[in-house]
Ligand binder design. Structure first.
Ligand SMILES: Nc1ncnc2c1ncn2[C@@H]1O[C@H](COP(=O)(O)OP(=O)(O)O)[C@@H](O)[C@H]1O
Ligand SMILES: [Mg+2]
Length: 319
């Protein structure tokens, strides 16, 4: 029955407008892309970019104003039950029922999908997510990080082929992050599960995701293999410290964090030009170094580009 070419998820011209007293909010504008079966796909974007809205539409919790979303060929609106069964969604917000134990809540969730005799898989989930010794604990007794693990177990209880995680590691400690990534990567590699992940941790996306879509103001501003995205960036970053204000032209290009200034540079010639410009303007600097650009640099480049700030290179990144 399953055609190999059928995408796991297909977003087709999805728009979402929220009516508001000060004029409509265009949360999503004509978003179209496919996620293939077995992909580990990253959806990145700053706060308010529309990531959660897109995932709510995918999960059938919010209705798109225009366009369609298909999960394994099933329309999330007109064929809700079938589409929902293919999906395991971990929401951004921690929502849980405080009256049940961890194991009970997983049994209830199984029942919701009409699954009985799910104990072996529930045990595997509890084990894999480091929840085994909390199985009998009441949900309200758990720390935020532990609740997050239960939410992930709940999303996976019906063995969905498509796993969707909306900022699952926001505000979560390093150890839990690593447990989660090991577990989800395993599902992706061993069971061929498709994973759609939104995250603020760009190094995480860089390490895990084969392809990345970047959203800005409800529009897709980049959609590429992670390696392509990285190679498209200015390859170097000139980094130094200073107590002085930068001249305007450099300031427009720079990323400034306290005393630390970072300037993107395409090649050695551009590094030289930047250094010359710094000397010329009488800037006193310390700890000058050149490092290789990473995904965060690409991201910030793209987000700045979308704001209309001049790019380091002559033509814009999206030309
Ligand atoms: N229920 C809603 N009502 C009105 N505006 C909303 C609602 N949900 C989201 N928005 C707006 O839509 C935009 C996208 O939000 P969201 O999808 O949560 O972004 P992200 O998850 O990328 O931070 C924001 O401007 C947000 O304020
Ligand atoms: Mg969000």
């Amino acid at each position: 029955m399953v055609t190999p070419a059928m995408p796991a998820v297909s977003f087709q011209n999805v728009s979402k407008t929220f009516p508001a007293s000060r004029g409509d909010i265009h949360a999503l504008s004509d978003v179209s892309f496919d996620i293939e079966q077995g992909e580990f796909f990253g959806l990145l974007g700053p706060n308010g970019a529309g990531k959660t809205t897109l995932i709510s539409i995918l999960a059938g919790l919010t209705r798109a104003s225009r366009g369609h979303v298909l999960v394994h060929g099933k329309d999330v609106q007109s064929d809700y039950q079938a589409a929902r069964r293919q999906l395991g969604v971990v929401p951004q917000e921690l929502v849980f029922d405080p009256f049940f134990s961890v194991r009970e809540s997983l049994k209830i969730q199984s029942g919701y999908f009409g699954i009985r005799g799910n104990a072996a898989w529930i045990d595997e989930l509890l084990e894999g997510l480091g929840l085994a010794d909390k199985a009998g604990a009441n949900m309200r007794q758990l720390s935020g990080g532990m609740k997050r693990r239960v939410l992930i177990a709940q999303a996976l209880v019906h063995k969905p082929p498509v796993i969707v995680l909306d900022e699952p590691t926001a505000g979560v400690d390093v150890e839990l992050r690593q447990t989660l990534w090991k577990f989800i990567s395993d599902l992706n590699k061993r069971m061929g599960s498709t994973v759609l992940l939104t995250t603020h941790y760009l190094e995480e996306a860089e390490a895990l995701c084969g392809r990345i879509a970047m959203l800005k103001n409800g529009r897709v501003v980049a959609l590429e293999a992670t390696s392509e995205l990285l190679s498209r960036a200015s390859s170097n970053v000139l980094r130094f410290k200073t107590d002085q204000a930068l001249p305007l032209d450099l300031n427009q290009l720079a990323r400034v964090t306290g005393r630390v200034v970072q300037l993107p540079a395409h090649d050695a010639l551009e590094v030289e030009r930047l250094l010359a410009r710094m000397r010329e303007s009488g800037l006193t600097v310390q700890d000058v170094e050149i490092r290789k650009a990473d995904l965060e640099d690409v991201f910030l480049d793209l987000m700045q580009g979308a704001r209309g700030v001049p790019q380091v290179r002559g033509e814009g990144a999206s030309a």
